[in-house]
Design a protein around this ligand. Structure first.
Ligand code: SF4
Length: 457
């Protein structure tokens, strides 16, 4: 067990987060300390950090990063940045000075590797060129469908395999909540910048149900999908049918997500997806035929028993199938997932393979004309790496960008939806969450409605 005595702090949180990127939870301790110097007095494997009593948290983190790198021999590429939104500080610096200065600053202040600093620079350039307007001038709307055909091995979302009558009952409540929230938004003059139906798998709803939900959302919030970005996460290819695609197109939806995660049949089976790579091919050909303007795909680096070649072949095939907006995720093995239970230390393994996969994705996507446009990290990702959204120029998702900025109100509807209210005066976000269990959501529906009032308090 390693022990880090951090001088002149009473808050161990940030140092614990940093330590976790190098060592297992039970392999180290962080002890806030304030008193006489402990230098030379500590036993083996114990370290006295910040002997100079600095009040600069970034400087203390750099010192601790150096110690941890010496102990473990690893240097996580995101340096001392432990938060989930590495772009946030980067964009602030880029806006105040320049992208070049930001790159320097990320390396100096946060010890970010040259590759990741250059990735941030590419994303900052894309956003500065393509994203206009202040995020807080408008709001986004998110509606969640917490149902899936089966549950994936790595899933930790609000997803349920439920009978049709449960889905129908849930939809009724969701539409009532939509009408209520839309009325409030109109009363308060809230303008909508983007709408997103996510999950779960929204296409577990029938074509008629999807039409009902889209109509309810556009009507309640006064959205014209021809003018306002409106995305439906079709998600699982095994739920994509011509009638569902037609229903969406008929209502003006031009953006969907079809999420393969991998194009390898063995892996799909292993992670419990219950569909084949051929289903993915069929779904893409249907969506391209139906004329959707933006087709997003999610791929995951680090799935069990996949190597770099599998990953690259899958990525190249997805590009060939017509996806023009691709998010490359690093597998995150969270508590509550089957994968975490069967192999608790999975996310610490495979570091080199996954880093190589991310390098491949950058090379292949750049060569194909894609540009990186948003980025975020999650806890428990392999090697503390990242998820990056790539798009062909102009095919970005403003919803994805806004959600990462944390500077826009997002009205969350349905079970598992986590909304946010942005207060520009204080540059602060307040979360307003619905319950995640769909049965409890319906059971406590009046309370869910009352939470909508909180957006305007
Ligand atoms: S499709 Fe997504 S939400 Fe559904 S079970 Fe798989 S990971 Fe979970």
């Amino acid at each position: 067990m390693y022990r880090f005595y951090i001088n002149n702090t009473d808050d161990e949180y940030h140092y614990l987060e940093l330590g976790r990127e190098f060592l297992p939870d039970d392999g180290f301790e962080v002890i806030p300390y304030s008193g006489a110097s402990l230098e030379g007095l500590l036993p083996d494997k114990s370290f006295f950090v910040n002997p100079g009593m600095s009040g600069d948290r970034d400087a203390i983190k750099r010192e601790m990063y150096g110690l941890l790198a010496d102990i473990t021999g690893i240097r996580p590429p995101w340096g001392t940045l432990t938060g989930v939104r590495p772009l946030k500080p980067a964009l602030e610096i880029a806006r105040a000075s320049s992208v070049e200065e930001m790159t320097e600053e990320m390396r100096r202040k946060y010890l970010v590797s040259p590759e990741k600093a250059s990735l941030l620079a590419d994303i900052a350039r894309y956003q500065l060129e393509n994203v206009k307007g202040q995020p807080w001038e408008k709001a986004s709307v998110y509606a969640g469908i917490p149902f899936c055909p089966t549950r994936c091995a790595y899933c930790s979302f609000a997803s349920n395999v439920a009978p049709p009558e449960d889905r129908a009952r849930y939809l009724e409540d969701l539409i009532r909540e939509t009408a209520y929230a839309g009325r409030l938004a109109k009363e308060h003059g809230t303008k909508i910048e983007s709408a997103y139906i996510g999950g779960g798998t929204p296409t577990t709803l029938t074509a008629e149900q999807l039409s009902e939900l889209i109509t309810a959302l556009t009507g309640a919030f006064g959205i014209d999908p021809q003018k306002t970005e409106f995305t439906v996460e079709a998600g699982r290819p095994d739920t994509i049918t011509e009638d569902r695609l037609d229903a969406m197109k008929a209502l003006g939806i031009s953006r969907i997500s079809i999420n393969p995660q991998t194009m390898k049949d063995e892996t799909l089976k292993l992670i419990g997806r219950d569909h084949s790579a051929d289903d993915i091919r069929r779904a893409y050909s249907m969506a391209s035929g139906a004329g959707f303007d933006v087709i997003n795909a999610d791929l995951i680096a680090g799935l069990p028993q996949e190597d770099e070649k599998d990953f690259e072949a899958g990525l190249r095939e997805i590009i060939g199938l017509g996806a023009n907006n691709i998010t490359i995720h690093t597998l995150s093995v969270k508590r509550g997932s089957r994968l975490k239970e069967s192999d608790p230390d999975y996310y610490r393994k495979n570091t080199e393979t996954v880093s190589e996969m991310l390098d491949i994705s950058r090379r292949v996507l750049s060569e194909a004309g894609f540009r990186p446009y948003y980025i975020y990290r999650q806890k428990h990702q392999i090697a503390a790496l990242e998820n990056t959204g790539w798009c062909m120029p102009g095919k970005h998702s403003i919803y994805n960008i806004r959600i990462m900025e944390d500077k826009q109100t997002i009205i969350g509807l349905g079970a598992g939806a986590v909304g946010k209210v942005y207060c520009p005066e204080e540059d602060r976000i307040e979360r307003i969450a619905n319950v995640s269990n769909y049965g409890i959501y319906s059971g406590r529906f009046d309370e869910m409605l009352a939470r909508k009032d909180e957006y305007y308090r």
